[in-house]
Design a protein. Structure first.
Length: 249
């Protein structure tokens, strides 16, 4: 099922020994657009510490109750490697985290070549993964926060407008499949639209924008997204029919 990341913020969390907390943020792998960790606030223990919980330790979420159960103790989470609030998550830190939680690193995954460019991708994903989404100036930063990118502008071929409002995941694989774009600053046709992630050419963290290889007019004509309605197969077919006519593969 397709779910909004924004709506998952604030979900309650419960460790094995009963300590409750809440979801503060989600971190995704910017090479594959897969959610890797949630950032948690677990009571007073972690008020001064960033706590990352690997997705592998999440049990089946209770969607109706807006609740995550975690198969970890409070002590195990409390003793996780320190992560500074003002620093990005490096691969070096991820190795320490994997060792602490006794997890097999998810990198490297299978190698493939798209149009002569070697990239990493998750073979379970049915979507084309963008091959270049990180600026060269930023080293060892493969994870990005949802909150970090949630206000980035959209840079089309001919203009810069709107901003990222939300991300939509497939909750079976925790794969990000759509970016929700809010065009509220473009009148008179302000609306929210879904961009399949393969439409995004790259995300520039330096310039705080998502770059798409489409004109603004295409976004203007895109089907409107109503967050109160489920993203079903019929709506997805409309989306892919629309973008399939606009994107040259």
């Amino acid at each position: 099922m397709k779910r909004s990341i924004k709506e998952l913020l604030g979900y309650t969390i419960q460790a094995i020994d009963g300590q409750k907390g809440k979801v503060n943020d989600f971190l995704f792998d910017d090479e594959t657009w897969i959610i890797r960790y949630l950032e948690a606030e677990l009571g007073n223990f972690f008020s001064e510490k960033r706590v990352l919980i690997p997705r592998n330790h999440l049990k089946e979420p209770h969607w109706e109750n807006k609740h995550f159960t975690v198969d970890l103790t409070v002590k195990k989470i409390e003793n996780s490697p320190d992560l500074e609030f003002d620093l990005p998550v490096s691969r070096t830190y991820e190795k320490e985290l994997a060792k602490h939680y006794d997890l097999k690193p998810y990198w490297p995954v299978n190698m493939t070549v798209h149009n002569g460019i070697t990239s990493l991708y998750d073979p379970r994903s049915p979507l084309q993964i963008p091959t270049k989404i990180v600026d060269k100036e930023i080293e060892e930063t493969h994870l990005r926060s949802f909150k970090e990118i949630s206000s980035y502008n959209i840079k089309s071929i001919d203009d810069r407008f709107g901003h990222i409002h939300d991300l939509i995941i497939d909750d079976d694989l925790w794969q990000i499949v759509y970016v929700v774009v809010d065009t509220i600053n473009i009148v008179p046709w302000s609306k929210r639209v879904l961009l399949p992630i393969e439409v995004i050419k790259r995300i520039s963290y330096k310039h705080q924008q998502a770059v798409i290889d489409l004109p603004k007019e295409t976004i203007k004509d895109a089907p409107e997204y109503d967050p109160s309605m489920a993203i079903n197969s019929e709506f997805e077919k409309v989306l892919y029919d629309f973008y399939g006519r606009k994107v040259i593969h």
